[in-house]
Design a protein around this ligand. Sequence first.
Ligand SMILES: Nc1ncnc2c1ncn2[C@@H]1O[C@H](COP(=O)(O)OP(=O)(O)OP(=O)(O)O)[C@@H](O)[C@H]1O
Ligand SMILES: [Mg+2]
Length: 253
Amino acid sequence: MEEIIKVENLYKEINGRIILKNVSFSIYRGEIFSIIGGSGSGKTSITKIIVGLWKPTKGKVLVFGKEIDKLSKVELDEIRKNIGYVFQEGALFDSYKVWENVVFYYLEHGGYSEKELRKLAVEKLKLVNLDESVLDLYPSDLSGGMKKRVAIARAIVTNPQLVIYDEPTSGLDPLTSRVIDKLILELRDKTGSTALVVTHDMISAFGISDRVMVLKQGEIIAIGKPEEVLENPHPYIQSFVGNLKPCLKVKSG
Ligand SMILES: Nc1ncnc2c1ncn2[C@@H]1O[C@H](COP(=O)(O)OP(=O)(O)OP(=O)(O)O)[C@@H](O)[C@H]1O
Ligand SMILES: [Mg+2]
């Protein structure tokens, strides 16, 4: 299986504090891989290192087979085009309309007419189950669930092979959270992309993931298929998941 991401013995130290300790894992093409763990356990930090925003203190991080912290700016830009990042909190641009948010990458890089970009926005919005009636709305006109969907449409605008979702269901009610879960699965199935999901939402993590990794204070305490991780759960995992088994399996197959 092709490794989209390979992390080996990763350490990250900030201001004399070690926030990631000896972290090693791989993510394979087409997987939905979730990182779970409490606040401050290092989940977002891992994603920042994967997209090249932060450098590892020690260890190796390969993204699409390339060592991310050794790339030139041009090579890094090329790799970033292949990674969609749905930020924690969504982070839409409030003064831009929905269509402008979705095609923001191309507005920044230029070369396309408004007509072409609006068409592209419609295409991507369709993938997240929104129609063209939202094109000229502003983020403040949208519900929380719609905002997340627009943020996802924006992340996939360049057809990235890897999509990173940082807390995609935070702030949403349980029903809307399950809609976003289904969407993550659907997008992986429709586009063949790989998903890295960072979440506090145990139903989401154990329901949609092919594999999950549990972090505690910067260290991996479990990694495997949801059923393997839940088989004999570490007390820390137990404290998170409670009795989850009846809720498992959003996915069909
Ligand atoms: N820019 C920074 N400067 C200093 N310390 C930081 C910085 N960013 C994160 N940290 C620290 O690194 C640790 C891990 O943070 P991180 O944001 O990765 O956690 P997280 O698991 O994503 O948490 P949350 O679930 O709250 O989003 C925390 O202790 C945090 O205080
Ligand atoms: Mg975080």
